[in-house]
Design a protein around this ligand. Structure first.
Ligand SMILES: Cc1cc2nc3c(=O)[nH]c(=O)nc-3n(C[C@H](O)[C@H](O)[C@H](O)COP(=O)(O)O)c2cc1C
Length: 171
């Protein structure tokens, strides 16, 4: 699959739909060792004079270990395809099966450190800039800790500078 590069300032996407409905694969690591998981929560924006993407990862996720030990993470979107793979990669941990070799997807490794998949329609590669964990006492709406964090497993947020956007649909 050939991908065309898009400049962040020219990037136009239904971002809420992409995260919430399409969902994405969050991948980190290198060609020798990497892991990926399905995500639906995140943001895309502009911070510190840079285009940024933010993902949120609960402490229990195996993928967190790979994000913490690597500078780069990437998000891959698949349109309406690969629903079965996304469901599997979002319900089973890489601690329990070999996601690297049994994801059902074809990874490729970019010079900038990003990991994408031949089957994806869109890939966003980011370089980590900031991380912190959400804190219960900082929520100004009490229902969010109650409904989203019953186990107090507050997400770590990872804000990364967007260093590459690759679209498979552009000719
Ligand atoms: C649609 C969907 C969206 C998800 N979104 C997130 C998310 O944004 N953050 C998160 O920490 N887990 C999310 N998960 C759960 C992880 O994908 C799941 O726990 C996965 O098995 C973790 O794999 P790992 O342990 O190999 O990292 C989502 C799961 C699904 C099915």
């Amino acid at each position: 699959m050939a991908f065309k590069t898009i400049e962040p300032m020219d990037f136009d996407i239904r971002i809420h739909h992409a995260f919430a409905k399409e969902t994405a694969l969050l991948t980190a690591g290198n060609k020798h060792s990497y892991n990926m998981m399905t995500i639906a929560w995140g943001t895309l924006g502009f911070m510190w004079n840079k285009p940024i993407v933010e993902v949120v990862v609960r402490p229990s996720r195996y993928t967190k270990e790979f994000i913490d030990t690597n500078d780069i993470f990437s998000l891959s979107f698949f349109g309406n395809s690969k629903k079965r793979e996304l469901a599997l990669l979002g319900s089973k941990s890489g601690r329990d099966f070999d996601k690297m070799h049994e994801s059902g997807l074809t990874p490729f490794f970019m010079d900038n450190g990003g990991i994408g998949y031949d089957e994806s329609r869109l890939i966003i590669v980011a370089k980590k800039l900031y991380t912190s964990q959400f804190r219960k006492q900082n929520f100004t709406s009490a229902d969010i800790p109650e409904t989203c964090y019953g186990d107090d497993d507050f997400h770590y947020r990872y804000i990364g500078e967007v260093i590459g956007i690759y679209d498979a649909n552009l000719k």
